[in-house]
Design a protein around this ligand. Structure first.
Ligand code: ATP
Length: 304
C-alpha cells in the first residue's frame, strides 16, 4: 500500500492537556480520508501539525516519502483550508486568488479563471467577498487551498455551518477533484452522514487518540446487516443454528452471536431456539451506519 502521508506517534500538549496523543494515521494516495471526531477531539490540532502550522511535541510526519526537515521541500505539494481562509473581505474572489497566486509564485493569469471555475465562483465578478454567502466563502477557501496544484488537500470542517445546498456543492467539488485530478483529500467533519458519502477511508479520533482507522470496504464489513442473538448458552444456540443449516454466523463473545444469512427469518429462528429450550435474552436485526459505528466505538452520544 502506497501512503502519501503518515504520522507516527504524533503528540501535542497544551499545558497538561494532551490534545493529540500518540496518533499514527495513514493516508492512501488517491483517497478521501475522513477524519472523524467530536468538538475538541483533536482533529484541528492534528491537521495543523501535518500542515506545518504548529510543531509537534514528539512523533514524526512523513509526507510524499520525506520526513524531518526534508519534509519542508515537499510542503508546497499540499494545500490547506484550516479555520480562517485568510481572504481580504473588501476585494473580489478573483483579486483574492490573484494575491494568493502571486504569494505562492503561481501563474495567476492562467490559474485564477481555472480556480474560479472549479469552485463555481466564475460569475461573481467584482462582488466583494464580504458579501458572499458562507458557502461561497467556503468554496473560495477551497480555491485558496488549490493554488499551486497540490497533490494533497487538507480541509478542516469544510461543510460546517453550510445549508444543504452548500454542503452538496462542496461535496461535488471534492469528489470531482479527487476523480478527475487524482487529488488526495483529508476532510475532517463531525457530520458523519455527509462524510460517508465521499470518504474512502476513515480515522476516528477521540480524546486526542486515534481509536480506529478503516477503509469504506472495512466499514461495510463492520456494519454488515446481521441478526444479533443474545443468549447465555451460545454453545447450544450454535448447535440449533447448525441444525437448521445456518453456517454464516460468528460467536462475538460469551453471550452474543451474529448471523449473516436468512435475515428475513428472525421469527422462524426464534421458534427453533424455543423448541430446543435455548433461552434468548434478545434477537434483533442490526444494520449500522457510520454514525452508529462511531457512537459504538467512542461509547458516546451524538455530537451536536
Ligand atoms: P473542533 O472541531 O471544536 O475544532 P477539534 O477536534 O478540532 O475540535 P482541537 O481544536 O484540535 O479539536 O482541540 C483539541 C483540544 O486542544 C481541545 O481541548 C482544545 O481546547 C485544546 N486546544 C486546541 N488548541 C489550543 C491552544 N492553542 N491552546 C490551548 N488549548 C488548545
Amino acid at each position: 500500500m502506497e501512503y502519501l502521508l503518515t504520522t507516527n506517534a504524533l503528540t501535542k500538549s497544551f499545558g497538561k492537556h494532551k490534545a493529540v496523543n500518540d496518533v499514527s494515521i495513514h493516508i492512501r494516495q488517491g483517497g478521501i480520508y475522513g477524519l472523524i471526531g467530536r468538538n475538541g477531539a483533536g482533529k484541528t490540532t492534528l491537521l495543523r501539525m501535518i500542515s506545518g502550522l504548529c510543531a509537534a511535541d514528539s512523533g514524526e510526519i512523513t509526507l510524499f516519502g520525506y520526513s524531518g526537515v526534508q519534509r519542508l521541500q515537499v510542503m508546497h505539494r499540499m494545500g490547506v483550508l484550516i479555520e480562517n481562509t485568510g481572504y481580504y473581505p473588501n476585494i473580489s474572489a478573483a483579486e483574492n486568488l490573484k494575491l494568493k497566486c502571486i504569494a505562492m509564485g503561481a501563474d495567476y493569469k492562467k490559474s485564477v479563471p481555472q480556480l474560479l471555475e472549479i469552485v463555481g465562483l466564475s460569475d461573481t465578478g467584482n462582488k466583494s467577498v464580504k458579501k458572499f454567502s458562507l458557502g461561497m466563502k467556503q468554496r473560495l477557501g477551497i480555491a485558496f487551498a488549490l493554488v499551486g496544484n497540490p497533490d494533497l488537500v487538507i480541509l478542516d470542517e469544510p461543510i460546517n455551518g453550510l445549508d444543504p445546498q452548500g454542503i452538496v456543492e462542496v461535496r461535488d467539488i471534492i469528489e470531482k477533484l479527487n476523480r478527475e485530478r487524482n487529488i488526495t483529500f483529508i476532510v475532517s467533519s463531525h457530520i458523519l452522514e455527509e462524510l460517508s458519502k465521499i470518504a474512502t477511508d476513515y480515522g476516528i479520533i477521540h480524546n486526542g487518540r486515534l481509536i480506529d482507522e478503516f477503509s469504506t470496504e472495512q466499514l461495510g464489513e463492520k456494519c454488515k446487516e446481521r441478526i444479533v442473538i443474545l443468549t447465555d448458552d451460545t454453545a447450544k444456540a450454535c448447535t440449533v443454528l447448525e441444525s437448521i443449516g445456518i453456517t454464516q454466523y460468528k460467536v462475538v463473545d460469551l453471550t452474543t452471536i451474529e448471523v449473516f444469512e436468512r435475515l428475513d427469518q428472525i421469527s422462524q429462528i426464534t421458534m427453533e431456539f424455543a423448541k430446543a429450550n435455548v433461552r434468548l435474552n434478545g434477537i434483533t436485526l442490526k444494520n449500522e451506519t457510520l454514525e452508529d459505528y462511531y457512537l459504538n466505538v467512542t461509547g458516546g452520544q451524538k455530537n451536536a
